[in-house]
Write a protein that binds this ligand. Sequence first.
Ligand code: NAG
Ligand code: NAG
Length: 298
Amino acid sequence: MSVAEKAPSPPLFFFSSSVFLLTLSLLASPSTSDTDSFVFGGCSQLKYLPGSPYENGVNSILTSFVNNAMLAAYNNFTVPAGTTSADTIYGLFQCRGDLDQSTCSRCVARAVSQLGTLCAGACGGALQLDSCFVKYDNSTFLGVEDKTVVIKKCGPGSDGYDSDALARRDAVLGYVGASDGDGGAYKFYRDGSSGDVRGIAQCVQDLSPGECQDCLAEAIGQLKSNCGAARWADMFLAKCYVRYTEGSDHSHGGHDTNDDSEIEKTLAILIGLIAGVTLVIVFLSFLGKVCDTAKEGK
Ligand SMILES: *[C@@H]1O[C@H](CO)[C@@H](O)[C@H](O)[C@H]1NC(C)=O
Ligand SMILES: *[C@@H]1O[C@H](CO)[C@@H](O)[C@H](O)[C@H]1NC(C)=O
């Protein structure tokens, strides 16, 4: 009963760089806490030598993530991974913008431990949980905009065409995708709701505000064109994401909705069983009547 089996697409991705190819099969351990749900993970196909300076570099950058996430919701790191200056590992972590520091640091610790397992020995790796994102690699990705679609999930469509729901969704997407107009510091994380539609959007903070806007516009466009009138949807690009859900009992993301569809399935099976039993009873009593009639006929 793994969440991954029910997901419409496998939550692993290929690095956009052509030298990197993903070789790992599906991993998605059902998570204990909803906010730390696994969204996707991916590793480079290139491996480093065990015991090499590169391995020390990876361990050092992952340790920095965990330590620094106790103090900040985002940071980037550059560590040496060999003797030449070309051997360098870059990395960053980022928490969802609405979390307190302790939730953030717990998420990053969890993500790092999952990444260590998922990408053991890999030169690069990235992992997204509901509440945080971690990534390291030896190619320069810090500060580089990347609008590659990493994972998209569309929930089931609304029952019938609901123009009000669609209007609420568009309003929410418009709100979370708008550049800030209030003159304050640029916000890399936004959330908003309209009626029972709730949306969130976030960019990795190594982007400039302009790049963030561009990335979000792409994600929202992809979301609308791919997911139509879906009741919930997730669109994760390499450097930003947008998610929305309709209905008060859903947090962001598909897992709750999967639970809902589980309940629906169970209900359908129950109703099917009851209908079946009823049919058998009706049939038996009909048979009984036929037999009685047959006996009386003799
Ligand atoms: C990353 O590290 C691997 C293994 O050491 C190496 O083969 C590759 O060329 C490196 N890539 C970059 C961009 O430095
Ligand atoms: C990386 O972090 C430093 C501070 O630790 C910051 O000054 C710099 O702007 C960051 N770079 C990117 C690309 O986010």
